[in-house]
Ligand binder design. Structure first.
Ligand SMILES: C[S@@+](CC[C@H](N)C(=O)[O-])C[C@H]1O[C@@H](n2cnc3c(N)ncnc32)[C@H](O)[C@@H]1O
Length: 257
């Protein structure tokens, strides 16, 4: 009873925020809140990936999660980035940076959270000498040069629907012609997130995220159909094929046309 009334209150709050956002036709404050959320979450971020604490959804779910992570790793392993000059957007604590760094000749990491960048650097250890860290807001960040490959994991879902096309056009602009793109995100599976999180409804793109200490933040969270993502990529000049694991992940592999 209590859980459903909490959920109703949270959903009513999200609806109120969404109508304010629509009224101001601006996501500026939500996107700043999203940065604040990841800055505050940095030290507990890996609990999600490792399925610990509020993200532990039982033995079977954890087994499924890591089996599907292995599928994603294998798919990334097939992307030709050996010796490449790679740009990784919103790299966070470096779960994927580590993987990329083993094969690339150089990685440029962009993230808006200094806390995430510090953890990424720490995880990479000696390999961090192959990484250039850039503190930047991806909705504004510009870059003069282009790369052999662009990677972004668990980022596309945090781009407002209205800004996805321009984001993908920017990805294409960051790439050399023929350059590789790899992205990864979550499917809409309730057990992928913490037990006390509620995923957005069908027509919504905001959700409330909670930290271990109870603080709450409203962020953007979109779930795309694979076909729609492929079409959006094509419009941006990217030839991408999107695949999905059984429950948890969706990933795109392709190249700039
Ligand atoms: C869901 S995490 C993904 C981290 C990592 N790619 C992974 O797969 O574990 C999202 C990341 O986006 C970063 N971020 C949030 N808003 C950003 C913005 N406007 N510009 C750049 N990075 C941002 C956060 O700091 C966080 O590291």
């Amino acid at each position: 009873m209590r859980v459903s009334s909490n959920r109703a209150m949270r959903e009513a709050r999200i609806r109120a925020i969404m109508s304010r956002v629509a009224a101001s036709s601006s996501f500026e404050s939500i996107l700043q809140g999203q940065i604040d959320y990841y800055r505050a979450r940095a030290n507990e971020y890996d609990d999600w990936f490792l399925r610990l604490g509020r993200y532990d959804r039982g033995e079977q779910a954890t087994r499924n999660w890591f089996e599907q992570v292995a599928e994603v790793r294998a798919a990334l392993g097939g992307v030709p980035i050996d010796g490449a000059d790679v740009l990784e957007l919103a790299a966070g604590t470096g779960i994927w940076t580590e993987e990329i760094c083993r094969r690339a000749s150089h990685v440029t990491v962009v993230d808006a959270s200094p806390e995430m960048i510090a953890l990424n650097r720490q995880r990479l250890g000696d390999d961090a000498t192959k990484v250039t860290y850039v503190l930047g807001d991806l909705f504004e960040w510009q870059c003069e040069r282009s790369f052999d490959a662009v990677v972004f994991c668990f980022w596309i879902s945090h781009v407002p629907r209205e800004q996805l096309d321009s984001f993908l056009e920017r990805v294409a602009a960051f790439l050399k012609p023929g350059g590789q793109v790899f992205f990864l995100d979550g499917r809409k599976e309730p057990t992928s997130t913490a037990a006390d999180h509620v995923l957005p409804g069908e027509s919504e793109q905001l959700m409330v995220r909670r930290l271990d200490d109870g603080r709450e933040f409203t962020i953007v969270k979109n779930f795309w159909r694979a076909k729609d993502l492929e079409e959006r990529c094509e419009r941006a000049g990217l030839d991408v094929s999107v695949s999905e694991t059984a429950e948890y992940f969706q990933f795109g592999i392709g190249r700039r046309l």
